[in-house]
Design a binder for this molecule. Structure first.
Ligand code: SF4
Ligand code: SF4
Length: 295
């Protein structure tokens, strides 16, 4: 089973929930950080990295001597990565999406296959080998994340073939393309909702974005019972009731949690009570999914 832990905004508690769920997950699981622009799951689940793999995108390189300046490559490139100035062809590799169209239309074989580094995949184990770990990290300055995310998903498929298990994806925040790519690949999306006005607004936005995917959705309310915020909690509950969204857990607001988070500690390991919160959440997920998992 593949579970995406997502949220409408950064800071709602996605990584906190993912890392602690991994720590109480009893069957074989892979913790995957898909927030490739700003991965941080490794701060809470320090991995022993066993493998690093550079991920590249195939981009064209011009052989000016063979080029007839016909302009076919420029015309087919939807991303404006090829320009023609005074009959001279110029390629902007950073704008290339790797679609391969220019190679196909060039009648003079004047384009050679070059590479642009997108980032790296890092793979290993966490929690003394109890869980496997995978993260993608974009190269500094790289703006395009979907190809790297596709490489993450491909590697997850291979890891599952090597050893079956469950997958807990720490999704990128918000509802951008990378987040939707992760949600589409999941069997279940857990939306972490923060019951502040800002958090509630973004939670509704995320729900509206994920709903059309048809993937089962459930909610975890984080920082509930904040002093003076009963109305915020009730807003989230009422919205979930109206939209038939099950709330699988309400994790109470606690200053100790914030302190543990700031030190990169696992919330589930803070106290027996917090471990119980996450064990109950795990059981609620399994019960909601209705799938037979080995816990
Ligand atoms: S591979 Fe596609 S995106 Fe890249 S330069 Fe060629 S046509 Fe443009
Ligand atoms: S399609 Fe080939 S020959 Fe034509 S301008 Fe582009 S690189 Fe040159």
């Amino acid at each position: 089973m593949r579970i995406a832990i997502a949220s409408g905004k950064g800071g709602a508690g996605k990584t906190t929930v993912t890392s602690s769920l991994v720590s109480v997950w009893k069957s074989s699981c892979i913790a995957v950080d898909t927030d490739v622009e700003a991965p941080n799951l490794h701060l809470f689940l320090p991995p022993v990295i066993r493998k690093r793999q550079q991920i590249d995108l195939e981009v064209p390189q011009l052989n000016p001597e063979a080029c007839t300046r016909c302009g076919a490559c420029r015309n087919i490139c939807s991303y404006k990565a090829i320009a023609q100035f005074a009959s001279r062809i110029t390629i902007f590799p950073d704008m290339c999406h790797g679609c391969g169209g220019c190679f196909l239309v060039c009648p003079a074989q004047a384009l050679q296959r070059g590479k642009r580094e997108l980032g790296v995949l890092e793979e290993g184990t966490v929690l003394d080998g109890r869980a496997r770990f995978l993260m993608g990290r974009t190269r500094i300055g790289e703006a395009m994340t979907p190809p790297l995310l596709r490489a993450v998903h491909q590697r997850v498929r291979e890891m599952l073939e090597e050893l079956p298990g469950d997958v807990l994806f720490d999704a990128p925040p918000g509802v951008s393309c990378p987040t939707m790519t992760v949600a589409e690949a999941a069997d279940l999306v857990l939306l972490v909702a923060e019951p502040t006005p800002f958090g509630f607004y973004d939670f509704r936005l995320a729900h509206q974005a994920f709903q059309p995917l048809g993937v089962p959705l459930a909610v975890i309310m984080n920082r509930s019972a904040m002093p003076g915020n009963a109305e915020g909690d009730e807003n989230v509950r009422a919205y979930c009731r109206e939209n038939m969204l099950p709330i699988l857990a309400e994790l109470p607001f606690s200053r100790e949690v914030a302190e543990q988070y700031a030190q990169g500690g696992l919330i589930a390991e803070m106290s027996p009570l917090w471990r119980q919160h996450f064990e109950q959440l795990r059981d609620a997920i399994l019960s909601f999914s209705g799938e037979k998992l080995h816990v």
